[in-house]
Design a protein around this ligand. Structure first.
Ligand SMILES: [Zn+2]
Length: 457
C-alpha cells in the first residue's frame, strides 16, 4: 500500500520546503519533491492553513485533507507520483517523527512496569508526535533490571518503533542521584556490566554513567565495544574527568545541567567538556523548569546540531497532577512539575516532545529548522540511526552490533539490515512524520507508514 502526502510545508534538518510531497511505500519514504518547483509563479502561493483545528463547519473531512483518490492528478510542469491513497495537508507543516532518547513513562504508566504498561505509556507519547524512542529505566537491583530488559526486548520484537533500552541507572553518583533510589545504585564492575548486557542481547542502546565511580572508565569501553552509546550523567565529575570519559568513547551527556555541576567561569565543569567536544550530543530537558530557556538558548548556540531535546517524562506526562511512583519513589505532581514527595528534588518531567518543541520555538527563540532538528536528526544521529551513520556505529560495535543502521544483530532478524534511517523526510528514511497545526500542536502522526491515533483526530 502506497501513500502520497502532498501540500506540506516541510521542516526538517535539511531545511524548509513549500509544496512538499513524499511518497511512502510500506514503512519508508521512497521519493520526495516539491510542487512549488514546478508550478511556476503560483508555486509560491502555498496556502498555510490549520489542519484539523479551525475548519469551517461541514468541511471537517476536507480540512483534514484525506482525499481518497487512487492517484493524484498531474500538475503543471511536473507530475505527482501515483499512490493508493493521497493526503493533502493544504500547507500545514510536516516534520519527521520525533525521537526521544530519555523517557520513563506517561499516562499513569511507568516503563519499569510490564509490557502492557509500557505500551500504554508509548501510546501517549506517540499521540504527541514521538514516533520512536528508547525506553529509560531508573536504578533498580540488577535482577529487576534484567527482567525489564527482557520485557523491552520482547516488545521490540513486535514493535520496531521501540529502539531499545536506556539504562539510566544503576551506575550513578550517590551525591547526584536525583530521583533514583540510593540503595539501588551500583559500581560499574565488569561483572555488573556483563550481567546487564547479557540480559537481552542488543537491547541496551544507551547507558548513563558517572565517570568518577570505581571502574567507570573501563566500563565506558566495555559498553562502547558492545555497541552501546555511553552518556555521562548523574555525576560529580569535573571538566577534566568528563573529557576523559569522552576520550574513552562516551558520546553523550544525560540531561545537561541537571544532576551535575553547572558552568563556572573558573571551573568549567562537565557541561563545557561536552559543549567543546564535537563528538558529543547533549540531552536537554526543555520544559521551562529543568533548565532556564535563556540557558538553553546559550547551549543551542554553543553546540549547534548537538543538542537533543528529551522529555525525561515520568508517568504523569499526558496525565493529571497528583501522586505517582518513579521506580519505587513517591512523586507528587503539581502544576505539571514532578517533585519527590515532600522535597524540592525534581523527579523527571511531565513533558511531551511537542511541548518541548513549543518552548524551543518560543522562550528559547530557536528557528523551526533548529528546533525540529533537536527533536529528530540529532537524537537519531546520536544513536547511529541517521543516514550515513552505519560506518560510525559499525566501528563502535563489534560482535554485538551489526547491520546498516547500527542495529544490534541479536534476535533482530532481517530488520537489522533493512531498518530505514531516521531523522529526515527523505527517500530511504522511515515513514515517520508529524503534521502540525499553525500553532505547533500535533494534528496527525504517521509511524512506519501507518497513521497513529492522536488527540486531534
Ligand atoms: Zn536523570
Amino acid at each position: 500500500m502506497s501513500l502520497l502526502v502532498r501540500g506540506a510545508h516541510k521542516v526538517d534538518a535539511a531545511g524548509e520546503v513549500a509544496g512538499f510531497w513524499m511518497l511512502v511505500d510500506g514503512d519508508r519514504i521512497v521519493a520526495t519533491g516539491s510542487e512549488a518547483d514546478h508550478a511556476g509563479p503560483d508555486g509560491d502561493g502555498v496556502v498555510h492553513r490549520t489542519v484539523g483545528g479551525d475548519a469551517p463547519a461541514g468541511s471537517t473531512g476536507d480540512a483534514l485533507g484525506l482525499v481518497g483518490a487512487p492517484s493524484a492528478s498531474p500538475l503543471r510542469g511536473g507530475a505527482l507520483p501515483a499512490a493508493d491513497a493521497t493526503v493533502d495537508l493544504r500547507g500545514a507543516r510536516l516534520t519527521p517523527g520525533l525521537v526521544d532518547l530519555h523517557v520513563h513513562g506517561a499516562g499513569g504508566a511507568s516503563y519499569d512496569g510490564d509490557a502492557a504498561e509500557l505500551e500504554r505509556g508509548l501510546a501517549v507519547h506517540r499521540a504527541h508526535g514521538t514516533t520512536r524512542s528508547l525506553v529509560s529505566l531508573v536504578a533498580n537491583p540488577l535482577p529487576r533490571l534484567r527482567r525489564s530488559l527482557e520485557t523491552i526486548a520482547a516488545l521490540r520484537e513486535r514493535d520496531p518503533l521501540v529502539l531499545g533500552a536506556h539504562l539510566e541507572g544503576p551506575f550513578l553518583s550517590p551525591g547526584r542521584k536525583g530521583a533514583h533510589v540510593e540503595g539501588f545504585l551500583a559500581e560499574p564492575t565488569r561483572e555488573a556490566v556483563e550481567t546487564l548486557l547479557s540480559a537481552a542481547p542488543g537491547v541496551v542502546r544507551q547507558v548513563t554513567l558517572a565517570p568518577e565511580l570505581p571502574g567507570a572508565l573501563d566500563a565506558v569501553r566495555l559498553f562502547v565495544e558492545a555497541g552501546v552509546v555511553v552518556a555521562v550523567g548523574h555525576t560529580q565529575a569535573d571538566h577534566a574527568l568528563t573529557a576523559a570519559a569522552f576520550d574513552r568513547g562516551a558520546t553523550m551527556m544525560t540531561h545537561a545541567f541537571n544532576t551535575m555541576a553547572g558552568i563556572g567561569h573558573r571551573e568549567p565543569g562537565p557541561v563545557v567538556a561536552a559543549i567543546t567536544d564535537e563528538r558529543v550530543t547533549l540531552e536537554l530537558i526543555l520544559d521551562g523548569t529543568h533548565v532556564h530557556p535563556e540557558v538553553a538558548a546559550i547551549l543551542f548556540a554553543a553546540a549547534p546540531g548537538r543538542v537533543a531535546l528529551v522529555t525525561d517524562a515520568m508517568a504523569a506526562a499526558g496525565s493529571d497532577d497528583g501522586d505517582y511512583l518513579l521506580g519505587d519513589l513517591a512523586v507528587t505532581v503539581s502544576g505539571g512539575v514532578a517533585l519527590l514527595t515532600g522535597t524540592d528534588t525534581i523527579a523527571g518531567s511531565t513533558l511531551t516532545q511537542d511541548a518541548a518543541l513549543r518552548v524551543a520555538l518560543g522562550r528559547a527563540r530557536l528557528s523551526p529548522v533548529a528546533a525540529v532538528t533537536a527533536l529528530t536528526l540529532t537524537p537519531a544521529r546520536a544513536l547511529g540511526l541517521a543516514a550515513g551513520a552505519a560506518s560510525a556505529a559499525g566501528a563502535a560495535g563489534s560482535a554485538g552490533a551489526a547491520g546498516s543502521a547500527g542495529l544490534p544483530a541479536g534476535g533482530a532478524g532481517p530488520r537489522a539490515d533493512a531498518a530505514p534511517a531516521l531523522g529526515l523526510l527523505a527517500p530511504g528514511h522511515a515513514a515517520d512524520a508529524v503534521a502540525w497545526t499553525d500553532d505547533w500542536h500535533v494534528a496527525r502522526v504517521w509511524a512506519a507508514g501507518r497513521e497513529i491515533e492522536t488527540a486531534a483526530r
